[in-house]
Design a protein around this ligand. Structure first.
Ligand SMILES: Nc1ncnc2c1ncn2[C@@H]1O[C@H](COP(=O)(O)OP(=O)(O)OP(=O)(O)O)[C@@H](O)[C@H]1O
Ligand SMILES: [Mg+2]
Length: 371
């Protein structure tokens, strides 16, 4: 369906709302403008607190009050990001067919007895504030069909990065890392490999007082601790066969602390170095015995030099690069995917890949909140 679409994404890192304005031109999906709006620190703190299992509430209300308040506040931030993007691009809201809004995930339990995934960022508020139709709630139809509801980006990765004669894989390094495997001729598969930045971010927040380890410099300054690495690699998620997806619920600071208490005292930089190596190994192991010729990294973790170097060292036969090599800013691949998914939904086309999510069938994802 021709026209302009906006994609809005805030991932489990809870760092920023990424907003992309993209346009369909024939089979191409061209990014016209993009911007990132940092989540205000109090909002990120409140989201992280609510998203942490067993989190305690001492403020004005309980978890339901907090959920309702944040559903609204996240939506206001998402709407603001879309409005700011249009203003910067000089594009009128009337030119945009729809906003694809992922929302902010607070809990993801695809393997619970009653599986669910929970995102906030009320689409009603976004539609009312922008005057643009909103497509949202992308994941729950797939979960209703027995799928993981994640990852949803592989179909877009295939549309953009697949090559007819080369085996490629796309690695999104968000809070959680996910791989899309693109063998020539298909089939497209993909799954969450485990942590992306979430553990390294949490450790940097605690010991550096910073939101992340810029460039992975701190990790690069430490030495990997082999006993800790072995313990981390014993996480049961890593042994599961796909389809599978995970979240910071499973790869949490609480889990890391439990492992550290068994290993004994270590320098914080050695822990960071080990977390970096751990993340790299989970990705490389997930690629199996026949790694791709090319690994295209995207997401904020693509800026983590230490992590990419570590992955490249473990994959001597693979060219490791970022999506910049394909003229796509690594910071905006996922937001662009949600603009693309919104266009699919409006066109009545499926967005999920059952081979990826494990859903019983393809489905048109999400719902439409009219302008
Ligand atoms: N210069 C940098 N050096 C190292 N890491 C960086 C840098 N810039 C960003 N990052 C990492 O990227 C993270 C944000 O990445 P991103 O927005 O892709 O993740 P996300 O919000 O979890 O997204 P998603 O879940 O959609 O993949 C930051 O939390 C940080 O860990
Ligand atoms: Mg982000």
């Amino acid at each position: 369906m021709p026209g302009c679409y906006i994609g809005l994404m805030s991932g489990t890192s809870m760092d920023a709302v990424d907003a992309v304005l993209a346009e369909t031109r024939g089979d191409d999906f061209i990014v016209r403008a993009a911007r990132s709006v940092a989540l205000p620190e109090p909002v990120a703190l409140a989201l992280r607190r609510l998203a942490t299992p067993g989190g305690a509430f001492t403020a004005e209300g309980d978890a339901l009050d907090e959920l309702g308040r944040l559903d609204r506040e996240v939506a206001e931030l998402f709407a603001g990001a879309a409005i700011g993007l249009l203003a910067a691009a000089g594009v009128d809201a009337g030119e945009v067919r729809a906003i694809g809004s992922h929302g902010q995930t607070l809990r993801h339990r695809p393997r619970a007895a009653r599986p669910f995934t929970l995102q906030v960022g009320d689409p009603n508020v976004i539609a009312a504030a922008t005057g643009i139709a909103v497509v949202a709630d992308f994941r729950r139809r797939d979960v209703a069909l027995g799928g993981q509801g994640a990852p949803l980006v592989p179909a877009f990765h295939a549309a953009v990065f697949a090559a007819p004669l080369e085996y490629r894989a796309v690695l999104n390094l968000g809070g959680i890392a996910n791989l899309t495997l693109l063998p020539p001729g298909g089939p497209v598969t993909g799954f969450d490999t485990g942590p992306g930045n979430t553990l390294m971010d949490a450790w940097a927040r605690r010991h550096l007082g910073r939101p992340y380890d810029a460039g992975g410099a701190w990790a690069a300054s430490g030495r990997t601790d082999t006993p800790l690495l072995q313990q981390l690699l014993a996480h049961p998620y890593l042994a599961l066969a796909p389809p599978k997806s995970t979240g910071p619920e499973e790869f949490s600071l609480a889990w890391l602390e439990g492992v550290l208490s068994r290993v004994g005292a270590l320098e914080p930089a050695a822990v960071q170095a080990t977390l970096c190596e751990f993340t790299a190994r989970t990705v490389v192991t997930a690629l199996g015995d026949h790694p791709p010729a090319r690994l295209v990294a995207c997401g904020g973790g693509a800026h983590n030099r230490a992590l990419l170097d570590c992955i490249a060292a473990l994959l001597p036969g693979t060219r490791v690069e970022t999506s910049s090599a394909h003229d796509i800013d690594p910071d905006y691949v996922e937001a662009t995917a949600f603009a693309w998914l919104a266009a699919r939904t409006l066109a009545g086309l499926p967005g999920n890949l059952p081979a990826v999510t494990g859903a019983r069938r393809e489905a048109v994802l999400g719902a439409v909140w009219p302008a």
